[in-house]
Design a protein around this ligand. Sequence first.
Ligand code: C2E
Ligand code: MG
Ligand code: MG
Ligand code: MG
Length: 293
Amino acid sequence: AAKGDGRGIHRFFRPEMLAGAQSRKQLEDDLRDALAANQFFVAYQPVVSTTTERIVGYEALLRWEHPTRGLISPADFVPVAEDCGLIESIGEWVLRTACLDAADWPKDVRVAVNVSPIQFANPALPTVVTSALAKSGIAPHRLELEITEGVFVDENAATEQMFKTLKGCGVRLALDDFGTGYSSLGYLKKAPFDKIKIDQSFVRGAAIAGNRNAAIIKAIVSLAETLGMETTAEGVENHDEIALIRELGCSHIQGYVYGKPARAADVLEQLAAGAGRAIASGYRISRSPRTAM
Ligand code: C2E
Ligand code: MG
Ligand code: MG
Ligand code: MG
């Protein structure tokens, strides 16, 4: 693995380490075999309520354990999977796995799954979702689908219909990486989001005096509240940021300060140890999981 870059992603292999086009082609070829070869796993990161400090859910984050290169970041291979038509089968696997894992958790703990705009454009998505729910037995309201602004780039009648159909399945919808993509506020009134996830680029530095990110977060929270949506601040790394995010009125916090993404087995251990309850009494999940990733 490469040396730490101080941002917590140092355990990932970086494709830039290989030469350009060759590396991309190789990555594609390897990706085609990865699902069948069982090289994927899902890591889970806690989402904590700012008011109760309890874990209300976990976000499912896909990990690829490459046989020779080690862990590769989804930021590097998801775009490749999107380009070469693999994201649908991989995404379906993530949905099933996340729902099955969540079936072992307390019934008030949710699971959030990232959905690529390519999956979102496929009319089969609601069937994939309902089948993952049925196989796991978890209640639909425990599943939250995280969608990025990317789904609005080619917005058409089918986009709006997909939102309706998914809401009809009873799942929750979150708008991920808010403010970083194709930014138009118009879709906020059209799409039935339950939550806005404030991108970590706004959280970064927000607790430093004079930083304008705090004002932006405040505006997003106020907008979300008006629309009846929850807000999660992403990438919260320290206690100054927790204090600020609470003050700004975000309903939820996700970030290394409460826990890094961890294996399903470690999550079960945390939950069994009562971590979900104990946060409020001062114990924070600051202990790094055995296999932080
Ligand atoms: P995302 O959905 O916005 O996920 C949050 C990312 O922030 C995760 O990176 C997480 O590990 C990281 N993170 C969380 N807290 C902190 C923090 O305190 N500090 C820092 N520096 N980072 C933090 P990860 O796991 O590398 O995932 C990157 C992106 O890859 C995700 O961003 C999501 O867009 C995509 N992704 C991950 N899993 C899937 C998947 O199953 N399907 C699809 N389509 N995309 C996925
Ligand atoms: Mg996400
Ligand atoms: Mg995000
Ligand atoms: Mg992201």
